[in-house]
Ligand binder design. Structure first.
Ligand code: HEC
Ligand code: HEC
Ligand code: HEC
Ligand code: HEC
Ligand code: HEC
Ligand code: HEC
Ligand code: HEC
Ligand code: HEC
Ligand code: HEC
Ligand code: HEC
Length: 318
């Protein structure tokens, strides 16, 4: 941190120029940072006084690194939000009114300190601006939020390792750092190529929560997310394989990875089908008695090829 008085004056000269448009719209409170001491007096706690705010340019001299990272991030755009006022702009939109801190740096009592805040407080802070839009509609009740995973578990406004989306790590490593089991699943011989970078966890899941189980996304038609990419399985078919529509893809596939080349839940296809197609299973007809499992009838999909549904044959032969 450079706190020399000379650089303070130099910096303020630059900022007087850079932030002119901003200063003019917030004239009263933006003028003051020049003399740290005088701000304290004018900002003696007033219930709603905007003079409790010092403006981002007042922070730069002492917090050059944080200023630089902020300036490079999309958050600088908050300075354009003159309608929201100083409480929605710059550093103080996240850190709270800081005029008293500028006057006396050792006074951090009015600042919002992320390191000390609870996950709930952090989420609420960020959602002051990010709650709108479908992507974040369920953020407050997401499984992440409910389990104390906060915005800053995945995002860092100042120390992001990924410029895009301010992520602390890139996917999938970000997710694996907490979801160890899933790392093992995507290491299976047959898997959606997440580790290879072809698909992302967030193609199927929304880390900010959804109304579906497992924070799963939906297709554009509000159906299973799988149809976004596997549209051919959607139908509608003249002869539906009821289970595809009713119980979903997961009744036969493990979406992360599997030892089976088609990512089936069970390594042998006949064992999968016979979980339902036995005489004891109520909804599905038992496989006919001529289906001798010691012979060629093991490879069910050799004959029942259109297993996701057919327009021509009730037994999915074609
Ligand atoms: C005159 C120098 C100075 C200015 C100007 C200044 N700060 Fe600080 N700031 C400090 C110092 C010194 C500390 C460490 C205080 C302590 O820990 O007692 C600090 C601490 C902080 C912290 C807490 C950091 C932590 O590690 O928890 C935040 C957040 C912060 N400042 C934000 C701001 C913001 C926002 C502004 C502008 C509105 C600002 N500061 C302006 C000197 C300054
Ligand atoms: C979008 C919200 C947000 C904005 C805007 C923001 N900060 Fe921060 N700040 C954070 C978070 C969150 C942390 C905790 C560290 C992290 O996750 O990056 C933090 C940490 C800090 C710290 C503690 C030291 C550190 O680097 O971790 C200082 C000092 C600080 N911010 C100053 C500033 C200043 C000065 C500005 C404006 C130039 C600013 N912040 C803008 C959210 C914000
Ligand atoms: C479990 C990790 C995780 C958590 C927790 C998380 N995010 Fe995200 N966020 C991501 C990832 C990953 C992306 C990248 C977008 C994508 O691939 O869908 C993202 C994208 C975003 C975006 C930009 C994309 C958009 O459409 O809005 C914003 C804004 C955002 N997150 C804000 C938040 C806020 C606010 C919180 C806290 C309420 C939060 N995030 C919590 C992982 C997370
Ligand atoms: C004062 C309002 C405000 C607050 C508070 C705020 N943000 Fe933002 N955030 C914005 C704006 C504005 C953008 C830029 C949107 C754009 O580019 O369209 C943004 C963008 C983002 C992005 C997207 C970055 C990208 O590369 O597209 C992420 C991620 C994000 N914010 C996370 C957070 C987190 C985490 C917090 C809490 C620590 C937070 N924000 C607090 C206003 C805010
Ligand atoms: C192709 C879509 C898809 C991708 C990509 C994907 N998931 Fe999933 N994930 C699912 C589905 C579907 C379920 C629900 C499984 C079920 O109901 O049996 C699920 C379930 C989960 C669960 C809940 C526990 C479990 O295993 O049932 C976690 C945690 C999870 N996924 C994390 C991840 C992570 C981390 C990544 C990236 C490394 C990822 N997922 C990538 C589709 C996907
Ligand atoms: C900081 C740790 C952490 C990170 C990072 C993280 N998660 Fe989670 N995640 C959790 C916790 C804790 C839960 C709730 C407990 C559980 O179900 O495992 C959870 C739950 C989930 C669930 C719902 C699981 C279920 O049982 O229904 C999914 C899906 C998920 N995370 C996906 C992701 C994805 C995708 C990423 C990366 C973008 C990610 N997570 C990053 C900690 C994390
Ligand atoms: C973002 C696009 C995308 C989504 C969403 C998606 N997939 Fe896939 N899927 C692929 C791609 C691409 C492949 C090709 C595999 C490869 O070669 O990497 C694939 C392969 C598969 C395979 C193996 C095909 C084979 O070779 O036998 C199955 C089974 C599968 N997906 C099921 C699902 C299920 C179930 C879901 C929903 C939970 C789903 N997919 C969601 C893109 C997607
Ligand atoms: C009744 C069990 C079952 C259900 C439910 C099911 N599948 Fe399949 N799926 C299979 C079997 C068996 C195969 C292997 C077919 C073969 O051997 O030719 C397969 C193969 C696939 C393949 C790769 C071969 C191809 O036809 O493209 C994809 C992709 C796929 N399924 C996606 C899905 C999706 C998406 C869903 C949900 C809409 C789904 N499956 C639901 C049993 C099922
Ligand atoms: C999760 C349970 C389940 C699994 C697994 C399953 N099915 Fe089905 N299957 C059903 C149900 C339910 C029906 C619809 C019965 C009806 O319409 O009366 C059905 C219908 C059928 C039919 C049409 C029967 C008729 O009405 O003529 C065939 C053929 C069939 N399944 C073959 C298979 C094959 C081959 C597999 C393995 C690749 C398989 N099924 C896996 C539940 C399942
Ligand atoms: C060699 C080809 C072949 C193989 C392999 C095969 N089937 Fe069939 N399947 C048939 C024929 C032929 C029928 C009778 C169609 C009819 O009577 O209209 C049939 C009918 C069915 C029916 C419908 C019964 C009903 O009452 O409508 C089910 C269910 C079925 N098979 C399940 C399976 C299962 C499960 C497997 C794997 C264990 C399998 N099939 C393997 C040829 C085959």
């Amino acid at each position: 941190m450079a706190r020399a008085k000379t650089s303070l004056i130099a910096a303020l000269a630059v900022f007087a120029f850079l932030f002119m448009h901003q200063a003019s719209s917030l004239a009263q409170d933006k003028q003051t940072p020049k003399t740290g001491g005088s701000v304290a007096k004018s900002s003696a706690p007033q219930a709603s006084g905007s003079s409790q705010y010092a403006g981002a340019d007042a922070c730069k001299t002492c917090h050059a690194d944080e200023y630089a990272s902020w300036e490079k991030s999309p958050h600088w755009k908050t300075t354009l939000n003159t309608r929201g006022g100083p409480s929605k702009q710059g550093c103080e939109a996240c850190h709270g009114a800081a005029a008293s801190h500028v006057a006396d740096p050792s006074d951090t009592s009015k600042l919002f300190l992320f390191e000390k805040a609870s996950a709930k407080q952090i989420n609420a802070r960020c959602l002051e601006c990010h709650a709108s839009g479908t992507e974040h509609m369920h953020a407050i009740n997401s499984l992440h939020a409910k389990n104390d995973v906060s915005c800053t578990s995945c995002h860092s406004p100042h120390h992001a390792k990924e410029a895009q989306f301010l992520l602390v790590k890139r996917q999938p490593e970000l997710c694996y750092s907490c979801h160890l089991q899933q790392r093992a699943q995507f290491a299976m011989p047959f898997h959606h190529r997440v580790n290879e970078g072809m698909i992302q966890c967030t193609d199927c899941h929304n880390p900010h929560g959804t109304e579906r189980p497992h924070q799963l996304r939906a297709s554009s038609a509000q159906d299973a997310v799988c149809f976004t990419c596997h549209a051919d399985k959607q139908g509608p078919f003249v002869f539906e394989h009821e289970v595809v529509k009713v119980e979903g893809c997961e009744s036969c596939h493990t979406p992360h990875g599997s030892p089976n080349p088609h990512m089936l839940k069970v390594s042998n296809v006949n064992l999968l089908c016979l979980q339902c197609h036995t005489t004891s299973f109520a909804n599905a007809p038992g496989a006919p008695s001529f289906h001798n499992q010691a012979a060629q009838f093991q490879a069910c999909t050799l004959c029942h090829t259109q297993i996701h549904g057919s327009n021509f044959d009730k037994d999915f032969f074609k």
